[in-house]
Design a protein around this ligand. Sequence first.
Ligand SMILES: Cc1ncc(COP(=O)(O)O)c(C=O)c1O
Length: 445
Amino acid sequence: MNTTKVTSGKTPINSQIVTQKIKDSKLDDLGNATIREIKRLVDEIEKATGEKFIRMEMGIPGLPPAKVGVQAEIEALKKGVAAIYPDIYGIAQLKTEASRFIKLFMNLDVSPEGCIPTAGSMMGSFASFMTIHRCNPDKDTVLLINPGFPVHMQQLKVLGIKSESFDVYNFRGEKLRDKLESYLSKGNISCLLYSNPNNPSWICFTEKELSIIGELCKKYDVIPIEDLAYFAMDFRKDFSKPGQPPFQPSVANYTDRFILTISSSKAFSYAGQRIGLLIISDELFNRSYPNLKNYYAKDLFGYSMIFGTLYALSAGITHSAQYALAEILRAANDGEFNFVEEVKEYGEKAKIMKEFFTRYGFKIVYDKDENEPIADGFYFTIAYPGMDGGELLKELLYYGISAITLQITGSERTEGLRACVSLVQRNQFADLEYRLKRFKEDHPL
Ligand SMILES: Cc1ncc(COP(=O)(O)O)c(C=O)c1O
């Protein structure tokens, strides 16, 4: 059991400065601090001490953007697309390539009509919540399968939509069925959302779990929104070959009414251009919900989404970015661009970093997918015996390591932190190991 807390004495980062900066930040409880608040605090400490942190708080890509995208975007801009309003539903080649991509990498059939560009996948979930909420007045609540991305919770808050949630940690495998049914059977759930691979825990639902989610969504007429922000990034399997199994797993294999949000931010390192895809299954796209007529010109889901919600939100997505994404997808579809290979570096770094943390007394919090160890990827979760998340986060700042607590992700594992590997450079590994070693010496177990 650790008893020593570092508030004075010699730590890798000047402890007086860290203590002062925490005080200045006015963050009473670091356990509740948002990602941006932690970022600002660490910026301040780095500035005051001149020391570089092992920064693991923000989930931003650490790789250069997909070159094919940049080239296509430059070409499009030179041709003058910046002057012209793009169609709300997206440019033709993007819709066609997106539909091909879904076929080639997921083995699913979705018409180009239902493949719609959005300003990042965040806009896809926002637009989905808005439209789905208007389908049936009896279904007024969204279920979040947590842990999750805090911004989804924020979206529901600003939309004034009720939500329920549970931490999936204790409900893996067959146990998920009863837990999920206990929510869906009440009849008030309109849609549910989860990310897979999961931010923050990097758990990936197994085929059995996806089938349970799909079957129950079908049974209770609930729309699953599957957030594929980390498309094909479960590196335990090779999802990189177009048209060849294995394919990116999906709930879409178990229900014909689904929404997928696909981000280009991580898989294609294209976060800055804010372009993603909203994929609506054909069955859902063409479905009639009489209640939609109270808000939109028609009762059809796809029509209302495009000409109602998306029109109201942004009236189309940046023209040049659509050309970029169309070309990225075309190159991936034609086997010219192996996007999975480009991002494998995240998994390789995670493997090494997890090994350092566990060597110096840390535990991986979300450690298994049913019986299998979780994949190495963009994030992993850590805890240190005897400390809660807020305390651990604070202590690590004295050792030049930053992360966020799991508490803000809807996780019940309040002892844990989320570590993101993307911004950590390999040339910082020696520093990381030294700092963790010092941490363990100062916090004996
Ligand atoms: C689970 C999850 N969903 C969505 C997003 C946002 O994606 P985009 O940049 O496409 O809006 C992220 C980004 O970190 C994420 O982790």
